[in-house]
Design a protein around this ligand. Structure first.
Ligand SMILES: [Fe+2]
Length: 422
């Protein structure tokens, strides 16, 4: 049935364009024309060099194999999650959740007050020993002293409320968790959303591919016919590394983020993560002190402009938020740098050269910090959970552009970033 739906969608020729923050690529016009449809003919041609030097056509075996693979390609394994674009889809402006506006004052009905209710991180109520998550039979393999743990023996779909609370805490502590052997991709969209929603309201991406009827999903997709990621980050670069924290332009940026893989390349397509806590810790106390008082602008404008230019959706007008340059995690109390190359544009109150110099130093510091970075790898049934408040990440666009990589992100939002209180 899903395959039938996919084939119907394919024929619609929906025109769209978008950039996918997390993953390898974004989707362009006529995206519903995957390689299964567009596979080239199997005619085998000699390369120009062979013709020039030998005068005799030789089979380009490698190209033949690729074309045969494309011919045999049945399309995405999970067509239900094929990226969906509707340029007419619109969302209302995001309101700060937990805030009820225009509440009449007790003193005077003529006055109104804004009541901001704290977002409560579910990790705060977790048992620090995590008996519902790290029970007997669970094995842990740390990827670095500072972040990243591979977890086996936990089935995310089976976690109780207490287990999910402990997941929030453990994710905050380890920052990146790589779960193997998960059934998550097969439990259905409603249950997937239900689990992610335990951590906060799920962000609906303003420009990226989602799933029809399920705007909570952020779809990451690349195959032989679709490679817009390169275009977004610039096609004339020596590296595709692009460090960012997902949608940090939101007033309440995401926290415990889920990313599950549906199709993966034979090799490559990993995700790099860096600890923003350790990046902060490496700085001198004097420099840390300077950063504590600074705030930075995070902008959704370039992302929206890119999508609009391509005729893609802009489901709500792009926002710009001012966040503290150092934020405090509400559960662990750790301080973390909160800037990223993807969305942080300037530092409030500084002149342009001052802002650029400081930001570039920090971006460079984080990017070079291989001793507080990890490389998360994927297997067929992997789910990666990370705390988006204290990490940045980058896709690695290193795999053959004929291969398919298909993944889905669920992105619960959390508190308004908390500055350091001196
Ligand atoms: Fe991302």
């Amino acid at each position: 049935m899903l395959r039938d739906r996919f084939m119907r969608l394919r024929d619609k020729e929906v025109k769209s364009g978008v950039w996918c923050v997390n993953g390898i690529m974004s989707i362009g016009y006529g995206m519903l024309q995957p390689s299964v449809i567009m596979a080239p003919s199997v005619s085998i041609l000699p390369t120009a060099a062979e013709e020039a030097t030998n005068g005799v056509a030789k089979l380009n075996i490698k190209e033949q194999v690729k074309q045969e693979q494309q011919k045999q390609d049945k399309g995405p394994s999970y067509p239900f999650y094929f990226p969906y674009f509707d340029v007419n889809e619109k969302f209302p402006p995001t309101e700060i959740f937990g805030m009820s506006s225009q509440i009449p004052s007790r003193r005077s009905r003529s006055l109104t007050h804004i009541m901001i209710l704290e977002h409560t991180d579910v990790g705060l109520r977790a048992d620090p020993k995590k008996p519902h998550l790290l029970h007997e039979g669970v094995t842990l393999k740390h990827l670095s002293p500072f972040l990243g743990t591979e977890v086996k023996g936990v089935q995310l779909s089976q976690l109780t409320k207490e287990g999910l609370d402990e997941l929030a805490l453990y994710t905050a502590e380890r920052k990146v968790l790589v779960f193997r052997d998960q059934d998550f991709k097969d439990i259905g969209p409603d249950r997937q959303i239900e689990i992610a929603r335990h951590f906060g309201p799920i962000q609906r991406h303003p420009t990226s591919g989602n799933v029809k009827g399920y705007p909570e999903f952020h779809v990451v997709y690349r195959d032989a016919e679709n490679d817009r990621f390169r275009e977004y980050i610039g096609g004339n670069r020596v590296s595709r590394t692009s460090w960012h924290s997902d949608v940090s332009y939101e007033k309440q940026p995401p926290s415990t983020t889920f990313f599950f893989i549906l199709d993966l390349p034979e090799v490559g397509g990993d995700t790099l993560f860096a600890s923003q806590v350790e990046a902060y810790n490496r700085l001198s106390p004097a420099f840390q002190q300077i950063l504590h008082g600074l705030r930075a602008v995070h902008s959704a404008v370039p992302q929206a402009e890119f999508s609009r230019k391509r005729g893609g959706p802009v489901r709500r007008e792009p926002v710009e938020s001012v966040h503290p340059l150092v934020r405090v995690h509400p559960v662990t109390g750790e301080k973390a740098l909160y800037i990223n190359q993807g969305f942080t544009k300037s530092i409030v109150g500084l002149k342009e050269e001052e802002s650029d110099t400081l930001l570039n130093f920090l971006f460079d510091h984080i990017a070079k910090g291989n001793d507080f970075q990890v490389r998360a790898t994927y297997e067929a049934a992997s789910v990666i959970v990370w705390d988006n408040r204290v990490t940045i990440h980058s896709a690695t666009g290193d795999f053959d552009n004929k291969e398919r990589r298909h993944a889905v992100r669920l992105t619960p939002q959390a508190e308004v970033p908390v500055p350091v209180k001196e």
